[in-house]
Structures are given as structure tokens and as C-alpha cells.
Unconditional design. Structure first.
Length: 181
């Protein structure tokens, strides 16, 4: 992970639960196979499962439903393994020498930018949505020319984004309009 990369969540609980379930299931299967090899009868659940798989056709609703559920569970687990979590944290830049990395919550960044935008003369209300790649600001103007307010908002919000000190500076989209009558 690079110094300016996104934060990854630890995901200890899902990994631990998955490991425990797999350990239990595989331990039970290994015990049953070892007991069968030593001459003991096979456990009833394994006999029932083998009978069900031998007698049911592959297009049976239960077989297809269980297969789809297992595929969805597998895809979900792979997606959890390869994607970073903590998507609400935006990484902040550093000099590369710090032992700790800093990040800011996207909601907190949006509130800070909204407060700055409300200080622009003529802005009646503003909504700021902070994404990972783009910041969208939508403002209602009750006096002043729309183009003047848009220019002031672009300057003010641009300065605010620079002051956030983000590792990757997101794009800025500003829309201004008059309120509906």
C-alpha cells in the first residue's frame, strides 16, 4: 500500500468467523473420512448427502438454489478480500516520513466546505456532496448574479479543498440556481 493509498479495513470479524466455520466443517469431514477408512460406518449426514446428490437431477430447484447461494457468498467474500474498506475516509497527504497516516471523513469534509460556501454573499442554501473523486456543490442564490456567485464559490471551495490537504485533490463541480417560486 502506498503512502497516499486508501485506507483498508482490518475485517477481522468476517475473516475469523469464516475461518471458524471452515475449520469446523472441514474437521468434521476429516473425522468422518478417517473413521470410514478405519472400518467404522459413515456418518448419517454424509450418507444422506450422497443419496440426495445421487438421486436428484442437477436442474432440481433445491440444488440450483443452493448452488446460486454458494456462488453469491463466494463472490461476496472475494469482493471483500480484494476491495479496501473504509471508503468514507479520504487520505490526507504527508511528507512520507510520518509513522502515522491521516485521513478525514467525507461527511466532515462536506460540512467544512458547506460552511465555507455559506459565507459567500448571496448564497441562501448549499448542499455539498464529497465523493472519492469529485466534490459536487449545489447552491441556491437569492440575490446577486448567478455567474458572480458561481465564480466566488469556485474560488472559496477551491481554497477549502486545498486547505483540506488531501492526497489526491478531487474535482469540483458547482451548480447555482435561484429557488423555485
Amino acid at each position: 500500500m502506498s503512502a497516499t493509498g486508501r485506507f483498508w479495513s482490518a475485517r477481522r470479524v468476517p475473516a475469523g468467523l469464516t475461518a471458524l466455520v471452515l475449520l469446523g466443517a472441514l474437521g468434521l469431514l476429516l473425522y468422518d473420512i478417517a473413521s470410514e477408512r478405519t472400518g467404522h460406518p459413515v456418518m448419517e449426514w454424509r450418507r444422506w448427502l450422497a443419496d440426495q446428490l445421487a438421486t436428484r437431477p442437477l436442474d432440481d430447484g433445491w440444488i440450483v438454489g443452493i448452488a446460486v447461494a454458494l456462488v453469491v457468498l463466494g463472490v461476496w467474500m472475494v469482493a471483500l478480500a480484494v476491495t479496501p474498506g473504509l471508503r468514507k475516509l479520504l487520505p490526507m497527504s504527508d511528507d512520507g516520513k510520518a509513522a502515522l497516516r491521516a485521513g478525514i471523513d467525507r461527511t466532515a469534509a462536506g460540512l467544512m466546505l458547506r460552511d465555507r460556501a455559506m459565507a459567500v454573499p448571496g448564497v441562501r442554501a448549499v448542499r455539498v456532496d464529497v465523493g472519492r473523486r469529485r466534490i459536487r456543490a449545489r447552491a441556491q442564490v437569492h440575490f446577486r448574479d448567478l455567474d458572480d456567485v458561481r465564480a466566488d464559490l469556485l474560488t472559496t471551495l477551491g481554497d477549502g479543498i486545498r486547505q483540506l490537504g488531501l492526497a489526491r485533490r478531487p474535482g469540483l463541480s458547482v451548480r447555482v440556481r435561484r429557488p423555485a417560486r
